[in-house]
Design a protein around this ligand. Structure first.
Ligand SMILES: NC(=O)c1ccc[n+]([C@@H]2O[C@H](COP(=O)([O-])OP(=O)(O)OC[C@H]3O[C@@H](n4cnc5c(N)ncnc54)[C@H](OP(=O)(O)O)[C@@H]3O)[C@@H](O)[C@H]2O)c1
Length: 211
């Protein structure tokens, strides 16, 4: 699959490497062509950089890995408001969080719903915003990982679940995109529990679903 990543930073580089190892072709784009080329080089032979306005046309799926503050600008340079993402699966990994408090920046809604409004016709799935990108490259992670995701388009949920499987994790679809705020708040919860000196994995009950 051709995975187009809008974003040129740490998450783009780490997810890009992990998916390249699974045989995917990775395309990197952002506001800076020079940084996109650097990041594509870090990923290796299965990656290339493109101008942001060309990303969608060359990608089967688009992954948003941009700082919240730069999200609207990045969507604009990728021509998402003009419909460049229409009909595409768009996986939103952003965290619209105040990292000092762990509280969401948006008073209502979610970053994923914002993308859905701005990126005309995109099929947005919230996913992969919780785990550190570097963790997808860590060969020592042995415990099973579940990535909770949400979205309104079944085909896009299936595509996202398959890509999460390629990272070695399982996807859990928790509902439609109206669940995105809940998922985004979990990232803040994790930050707050860590700040209080505890492992967030011990802060939720261990519940085995009925078979
Ligand atoms: N890193 C992780 O492990 C991780 C894990 C899960 C989720 N996330 C989320 O993924 C997103 C990216 O994280 P990151 O760690 O990759 O951040 P990062 O290394 O700081 O990279 C930020 C990216 O956003 C772009 N950006 C910043 N301001 C911009 C603007 N005004 N206009 C256009 N682009 C702009 C940067 O472009 P320039 O290089 O041109 O500034 C860069 O491509 C964040 O929302 C973060 O919360 C990160």
């Amino acid at each position: 699959m051709r995975i187009g990543i809008l974003g040129t930073g740490d998450l783009a580089a780490t997810l890009g490497q992990a998916w390249a190892r699974s045989g995917h072709h990775v395309i990197i784009a952002g506001r800076s062509q020079a940084r996109a080329e650097l990041t594509a080089n870090v990923i290796g032979d299965q990656a290339r950089a493109l101008a942001a306005e060309d990303l969608a046309a060359q990608s089967d799926v688009i992954v948003i890995a941009v700082a919240w503050e730069g999200l609207d600008n990045a969507l604009t340079v990728a021509q998402a408001p003009e419909g460049a993402f229409a009909g595409k699966t768009v996986i939103d990994c952003t965290n619209a969080l105040d990292f000092t408090t762990g509280l969401l920046i948006l008073s209502t809604g979610s970053a994923a719903q914002h993308i859905s409004h701005v990126a005309t016709g995109a099929h947005v799935v919230k996913a992969l915003h919780l785990y550190a990108g570097q963790s997808w490259l860590d060969p020592h992670v042995s415990q099973p990982r579940t990535v909770a995701i949400c979205g309104d388009d079944q085909r896009s949920l299936d595509t996202t679940s398959a890509l999460i499987g390629d990272l070695g994790a399982s996807a859990a679809v928790i509902g439609g995109l109206d669940h995105a705020r809940q998922l985004e708040d979990v990232a803040g919860f994790v930050i707050s529990v860590v700040a209080a000196g505890h492992n967030p994995a011990t802060a939720v009950p261990s519940v085995h679903p009925a078979a």
